[in-house]
Design a protein around this ligand. Structure first.
Ligand code: K7E
Ligand code: CUA
Length: 660
């Protein structure tokens, strides 16, 4: 949820919070541990001694930064920003010739998105540390990040979608990641009046094959009524093979949704039997629709390829009996979360005062008995009373998201009352609550969406920070709060800022991935077409107005480091190969006047900067990464002569010039 769209709720929340959150304080002291002993014990709980490692990697959504940030828990230290949907000048992502194509879409080059839900790959519903996926909301996309390199290696665009919000939650063995569209639109999209929304606009739910790198593909889409599809969770255990999608705006309104889409007492969770969908598709049900979308990936040369795609399989519920059922759910549900056993499906109603919990067993029994209340566009609607396992009363206002500790408890965020509420699965009784600062959206427990949560910590991902940090002009720090959940009572340990507005996050025990890291790329396996694998292979080649510079970098020089014979208007492609074969020795490359970011080249890798000099002169280039004692000496010059000049093309290192 974005801050601006929730201004009304936030104001309401502030009013309510003033009454319910007793520890509010103006100096940032609110919610800190009370006595000196508590402070010392909280500090000790998050203290990671110099040289020691954090226990967990946390992966935080960057929200409207379009990125993913990696932090250590419990320290809250920032370890890395992984660029995903947005260009990132720090390492040239989306600027280098090798990575630009990763940001291609059916709308052209889109170097930004809004990333909400990181989702770790699973084996048997337990995070396995192979990949993490994250959604792009705005221009509907899903990215795969490889957790051996912490690099985005694949992005697929979702056709027939508008706002890929309910995404990319992973099925128990990473067969699929899901993608439901937040906005319904005409499908196929076309010129028509917005006033004709009702009955004409449609939503889609997509299942994207995810288990093989470079082979993400839309397996099938389900055409749904024109609601807003908000969030999703696949089932597991008994509910394996099903996925659950919240929806709001079942009123099918197209204006002033804050009023018009809040009228119905209940909206729906769509329960989708995707194994049934597979059967229907295999039997030839549905139709193949013409669409345009892109599938981008880094190939074995580490060069991005962008493939245009033109068709998708679309199933309508009427084509496939038993595919979709609606579970009525109070008041514009937002989150939907499945407990570790796979039996309970917990919804969050943005305007609700209770947390409704559905039972998978009851749901299947009701389906068997055809205990339907009605149908909506042919989709059977089950009876709330028939599928409900329980309602958590006194759960705070505006429950949004729930995670689990694996010890029989669930933790739900209440946006309006700014608190996390702990309740017991089965008794549906609230057993503890803790204020958070302020207006909490998602929360995350390490493994808290899996079959086997690690528990121990809970991270509250807050929308508003007000007085929590030193003020920084009109926009204040975005923030997370670390809460200890190892005991009966939740205990606030730490505030730490995040990059971009945080939505969801994931965490995994550090031991699962820390020893699988790629330390450098093997130079012998570098198959980049413009690689120079030794200084002997360096050269400069002119092809018309294009000049290819085959350059190497090694501590502490470039080869060649003097180049002459470049002309104004030439397209100069610096292909820099980093010859180092050691961990953590990237070299950088920047050229004066380049309308671009730097290159940051990993050991053994080749990266390319495009440079078009616009004036005659002598231009320096240099290494941007402080790589060695003589890093400041790591530099060179390019001589640029006027257009049409006859300055001979020559290059060299150490005073020896070479020419063709
Ligand atoms: Cu609740 Cu985009 Cu997952 Cu944010 S969404 S809070
Ligand atoms: Cu290479 Cu600094």
């Amino acid at each position: 949820m974005s801050r601006s769209s929730n201004r009304g709720l936030y104001l309401l929340g502030a009013v309510l919070a003033a009454g319910t959150v007793a520890t509010y304080a103006c100096q940032g002291g609110g919610g800190s541990a009370a006595g000196a002993g508590d402070v010392a014990s909280a500090a000790q709980a998050v203290y990671v001694a110099p040289g020691a490692y954090d226990e967990f990697y946390a992966f935080m959504s960057g929200g409207f930064s379009g990125q993913l940030t990696v932090m250590g828990l419990p320290s809250g230290r920032l370890l890395k920003t992984v660029p995903v949907f947005s260009q990132y000048p720090e390492n040239g992502w989306g600027y280098t010739e090798e990575t630009k194509a990763m940001l291609e879409t059916s709308h052209g080059f889109v170097p930004w998105d809004d990333a909400h839900h990181p989702s770790l790959s699973f084996t048997d519903a337990v995070p396995d540390g192979r990949w993490i996926f994250i959604n792009g909301n705005n221009t509907p996309r899903i990215a795969r990040i490889d957790l051996t390199t912490f690099e985005t290696t694949e992005i697929i665009e979702i056709p027939n979608s508008a706002g890929n919000h309910g995404s990319p939650f992973v099925t128990p063995n990473t067969d699929y990641v899901v993608a439901s569209t937040r906005f319904s639109v005409p499908i196929p999209n076309r010129d028509m009046s917005i006033e004709e929304y009702k009955g004409n606009f449609k939503g889609t739910i997509s299942f994207v094959k995810a288990n093989a790198p470079r082979e993400m593909a839309i397996a099938f889409q389900i055409l749904m009524p024109g609601f807003n599809y908000d969030l999703a969770r696949p089932g597991k255990g008994p509910s394996d093979g099903w996925a659950f999608f919240t929806s709001y705006n079942s009123e099918e309104q197209n204006t002033l949704l804050e009023i018009n889409a809040s009228r119905a007492d209940k909206d729906f969770i769509a329960a989708v039997n995707y194994r049934r969908a597979e059967e229907c598709v295999a039997a030839g049900a549905g139709r193949t629709a013409d669409v345009r979308y892109r599938h981008n990936y880094l190939d074995e040369r580490h060069i991005a390829v962008s493939e245009p795609k033109t068709s998708v399989r679309v199933l309508e519920p009427a084509d496939c009996e038993g595919l979709v059922y609606f579970l009525p759910t109070p008041k514009s549900p937002h989150g939907v979360d499945v407990d570790p056993s796979g039996e309970y499906i917990v919804a969050g109603g943005k305007l609700a005062t209770v947390i409704p919990v559905h039972s998978f067993t009851k749901m299947t029994a009701a389906i068997q008995a055809q205990d339907f209340e009605t149908t909506v566009e042919g989709i059977p609607v089950l009876r709330y009373e028939s599928v409900m396992a329980g309602e958590v009363q006194n759960a705070g206002l505006g429950p949004l998201h729930t995670e689990f500790d694996g010890k029989g408890f669930a933790y739900t965020t209440a946006f309006i009352t700014s608190e996390v509420v702990k309740w017991q699965i089965g008794t549906w009784q609230v057993v503890d609550r803790i204020p958070v600062y302020y207006s909490v959206g998602h929360l995350m427990i390490p493994g808290g969406d899996s079959r086997q949560p690690w528990g121990k910590y809970l991270v509250a991902l807050n929308k508003i920070t007000k007085d929590r940090y030193l003020p920084t002009g009109p926009e204040l720090a975005h923030a997370a709060q670390l809460i200890d959940i190892s005991g009966d009572k939740m205990r606030l340990l730490l505030d730490f800022p995040t990059q971009g507005e945080p939505h969801y996050a994931q965490a995994i025990l550090a031991d699962v991935i820390k020893d699988k890291q790629v330390q450098f790329f093997d130079l012998a396996e570098n198959t980049h077409p413009y690689a120079a694998k030794s200084e002997a292979e360096t050269k400069v080649v002119r092809q018309g107005n294009t000049v290819h510079v085959y350059m190497t970098s090694i501590r502490s020089h470039f080869s060649p480091d003097n180049i002459e014979g470049i002309r104004v208007g030439d397209e100069v492609l610096f292909h820099v190969t980093n010859l180092e074969q050691d961990w953590d020795v990237p070299h950088g490359f920047a050229a004066m006047g380049a309308e671009n970011a730097e290159l940051l080249i990993m050991p053994g890798q080749t990266r390319t900067l495009k440079w078009v000099p616009d004036q005659p002169g002598v231009y320096p280039f240099y290494c941007t990464d402080f790589c060695s004692a003589l890093h400041q000496e790591m530099q060179g010059y390019v001589r640029v002569s006027p257009r049409g000049s006859s300055t001979p093309l020559r290059w060299g290192t150490g005073g020896t010039w070479v020419s063709n």
